[in-house]
Design a protein around this ligand. Sequence first.
Ligand SMILES: *Cc1c(COP(=O)(O)O)cnc(C)c1O
Length: 412
Amino acid sequence: MFAYSQNDYYCEQVPLADLAHQAGTPAYVYSSQAILQNYAAYTQAFGALPHTVCYAVKANSSLAILALLAKAGAGFDIVSGGELYRVLQAGGDPSKVVFSGVGKTAAEVEYALESGIHTFNCESEAELALLDAKAARLGKTAGFSIRVNPDVDAVTHPYISTGLSRHKFGIAIAGAAAVYERARQFRNLVAEGVSCHIGSQILDPSPILEAVDKVLALANTLRAQGHPIRHLDLGGGLGVAYHAGEKSPEIRAFVEMLSSRLQASGLTAMIEPGRSIVGPAGVLLTRVLYRKRNGDKEFLVVDAAMNDLIRPSLYRAHHEILPLRKNSLPLVTMDVVGPVCETGDFLARDRAMANAMPGDFLAVSTAGAYGFVLSSNYNSRPRAPEVLVEGATWRIIRQREQYQDLVRGETL
Ligand SMILES: *Cc1c(COP(=O)(O)O)cnc(C)c1O
């Protein structure tokens, strides 16, 4: 959905340089078609196998994006009460919401029960006890899965790998059956699933498949012991291509591998993709402010910074940076840096890239996931607006913050 036509870079039918002129920079821009296509790739690949695709809200939680997915029939994977509030505001169906996370508070559990969400992925016995107590008080029963830690190594950045026994997530798979057994005491809980999520930005799906085999074996054991297990939640984690020319796993091929494993089980498949739905569907537009040389290093100072997109600083993540209007000059090797007062404030280092000049616009690619949601007001910078492109039209789905927004809620 993002491509050059002649020398101009487009999102769907919208030339992004025009959009940047009108909306200003920095600005996040998303392609609605790309989001819907990625979502459809998941649902279509499951085919006749009963399934729910629960979009992981934390990847990009803007209301218009949630509404787009809700209309397409998506469920939602939430990790906080705030995310549930957003889903409900966006018109999401609570009966398709799964609540994940290692530290749900009593207030969040209550809010989720009152809202009638579908199910809870629980990560400790204490959490099961809390859920049972809250459900009893509200006169409800709650469906739960235990998030098991299958002890497989998702080959990804250590901050976003979650499936090893030394991580804080889940309950060790070896002890999980005993936990389900003890959970029989909880009168207001129904053991309706098993869940896992081993990490994010996983480019080789074999660890996910290994985890699925382990979780499926556990589900069969549990059913043999009389637990009413109906679904397997396989988490999210499928990676996307951040480097030009990099191969990322195909959603369809990946889902077909999952489906074939679940086909004979009679279980419903749940899946919680975030990045693979919205990541490639977004870019961050920025404008060049200055070019400068320190020693033998060339710097491109742009108006987007680590407060807008922290992935390069936090994970050393790579994002391709493309000019919105191509020129025919030879590439230059530069650091692309923002205005924030930190040496760690960079979008790219030693990057051979287009010979851009002050005033030129650039697109930081593949910024739709973990981009805006991780942005902050550091250095008292107002957060960027968000724009949704639909065919030849676009609209602002979040206004650029103003200075007044920076001090809202503060008192002298
Ligand atoms: C973050 C997260 C996801 C989504 O991961 P992606 O890599 O964005 O697909 C899904 N499930 C859980 C429990 C998560 O924490």
